[in-house]
Design a protein around this ligand. Structure first.
Ligand code: SF4
Length: 544
């Protein structure tokens, strides 16, 4: 692995993660290879080069926060199994995963104990010198909201508790190593009082502690299906501190749902999308082009489907993850493929389709990811390349196509001329409400500095309450409490200005009486500075 980095055969973090998965599989390693282990195996002259790759995390830390994904234990989906979906309880792998993705391997290694998963990931980041004080937590694996609510609460609570206690645990890890720490942790299982690590704490207590902790959970994402993202499930997720829900939507057509055994309808998508937004949550759709195969008709339908979800007011998600259909062993699609009944989308056609989609997306959508992180050797047929996203970027550039979606324009480490920054506004109707997308942008260089999503919900006339569903400032993560350096964007007051503008619009244009911010647990202190108070799941300010 070190040789491959030094010779330039591994040039990105994504390529490194893929290589690590192949390596672990090849040598049947019981534990997932972590980056500090790679670093420790290098000599002094190799270290500097290797660190360049290991510390390369643009997509995770340039968005201003560090992402930690935790995997829940395998469980059945309530409707059965979708035709393309790998994993499942029969093979002891979380539904929808192959067991070989880095996040699944970490889950397996930690026996799906969310405290250990979070501690282990924080330790990896810490060892590599990444800022870890603002964490975006993603809880993955099947349809968690369909499981017992107690499990969802316990799992998420323990992730946040691990953040609160990390620096204390770090002392043990640095003194005796990660293995010894895990041993000590597991010893507490047998103690009736839960010992140091498993002593009972209420969810509210842990969340309150996180509000002022050194490592704060500034965002929490749950994955679900449209028929399990209704009022009851939403209230459960909000209680756990959710700020975003990712839904497997895949396509906006009922006939496709019935072909692939989705077990829900487009009406479920419409209802859940509206409810999630009306509760102030952000909504991310997982979309799966190629469900009908590789034909011209299928691609045209996929393109129309993408068009529909970003123009039809019933949908309009804030974010997308585009995961083309892949053929994985153990799925119904695999059986059909073997019988010669299904031809999966090719790389070339996927690039064409996704390029056209990207060029047509509005500026308020963020494409979080293109392509699952399933290692190529697990893919029986379909797209095996790990750089689909780069191929799409290349095609966009070659065709001189402008891409307005958020991730293409968000500022990373570019030098900003602060004189070029303007406050812009775009509006649209969505899910029977009105969305106002406010952004600070460098208009000369077409760079997005930050944005705010303001929504008048469908019941606004009754409640007079508006929601700030998202406030995000991009650029390199600046630690909580620290001032921005000359070239840094965060902590310069852009967030406060966007919030003030949202309040002004709410009062003057909508005559709103109240504004509620969907704040991550660890961002609540930030809103207190602007005189917001916690009310139920939101940070709230009366406007009259
Ligand atoms: S709902 Fe999602 S996790 Fe469940 S079977 Fe379908 S694709 Fe897999």
């Amino acid at each position: 692995m070190i040789k491959k980095i030094l010779s330039g055969r591994i040039i990105s973090r994504e390529a490194l993660e893929k290589e690590k998965s192949i390596y672990c599989e090849k040598y049947r390693m019981r534990e997932y290879l972590n980056n500090p282990e790679i670093l420790n195996s290098a000599n002094d002259s190799e270290r500097a080069e290797i660190l360049k790759i290991l510390q390369k995390k643009p997509s995770r830390t340039y968005a201003g926060v560090t992402v930690i994904a935790c995997m829940t234990m395998p469980a059945r989906c309530p409707h059965g199994k979708c035709a393309y979906c790998p994993g499942g309880v029969e093979i002891d792998i979380p539904q929808s995963y192959t067991g070989k993705e880095p996040s699944t391997m970490r889950g397996i290694q930690c026996h799906f104990d969310s405290y250990l998963e979070t501690t282990s990931r924080l330790y990896q980041y810490h060892k590599l010198g990444h800022a870890i004080d603002k964490i975006e937590l993603i809880i993955m694996g099947g349809t968690l909201p369909a499981q017992d609510i107690d499990y969802m609460e316990y799992f998420s609570k323990r992730c946040i508790q691990a953040m609160n206690e990390f620096y204390e645990n770090l002392k043990i890890i640095e003194k005796s190593g990660e293995e010894k720490f895990t041993e000590k942790y597991n010893d507490d299982k047998n103690r009736s009082d839960g010992g140091k690590f498993r002593k009972f704490h209420y969810q509210e207590e842990i969340q309150r502690a996180n509000e002022k902790a050194k490592i704060r959970c500034v965002g929490l994402t749950f994955e679900s299906r449209p028929d399990y993202a209704k009022k009851e499930e939403i209230l459960g997720m909000l209680k756990c501190g959710a700020t975003r829900v990712e839904m497997g939507v895949q396509s906006p057509y009922d006939f496709i749902y019935s072909i692939v055994d989705r077990g829900h309808t487009v009406q479920d998508v419409i209802e859940s999308t509206a409810l999630l937004k009306d509760y102030g949550l952000k909504v991310c759709y997982h979309m799966m082009p190629g469900l009908l195969g590789n034909s011209e008709y299928s691609r045209a339908l996929d393109f129309r489907g993408f068009g529909k979800i970003v123009t039809d007011e019933n949908f309009m998600p804030d974010m997308l993850k585009i995961y083309p259909t892949l053929i994985i062993k153990g799925t119904k699609f695999h059986d059909e493929y073997i019988k010669g009944n299904f031809e999966p989308l090719t790389t070339e056609n996927a690039v064409r389709l996704i390029t056209d989609v990207m060029a047509a997306l509005p500026k308020w959508v963020r494409v979080m990811r293109v392509m699952r992180d399933i290692p190529a050797y697990m893919i029986e047929a379909g797209i095996k390349t790990s750089n689909l996203e780069q191929l799409v970027d290349k095609k966009l550039k070659a065709g001189n196509l402008k891409c307005m979606e958020i991730r293409h324009r968000e500022v990373r480490n570019e030098n900003i001329d602060f004189d070029n920054i303007r406050l812009l506004r775009e509006e649209y109707n969505a899910s029977k409400g009105r969305e106002i997308f406010l952004s600070y942008e460098d208009i000369e260089n077409d760079l997005l500095i930050g944005f705010l999503r303001l929504r008048t919900p469908s019941n606004f006339n009754k409640t007079k309450n508006v929601f700030v569903r998202e406030l995000h400032i991009y650029g390199k993560e600046v630690k909580i409490g620290e001032k921005a350096k000359a070239d840094e964007i965060q902590h310069r007051g852009f967030g406060g200005n966007l919030l003030a503008e949202a309040e002004r619009i709410s009062c003057e244009e909508f005559d709103a009486k109240k504004i509620s911010v969907m704040s991550g647990i660890g961002a609540r202190e930030y809103y207190r500075k602007f005189n917001y108070k916690k009310e139920k799941f939101w940070m709230v300010k009366n406007l009259s």
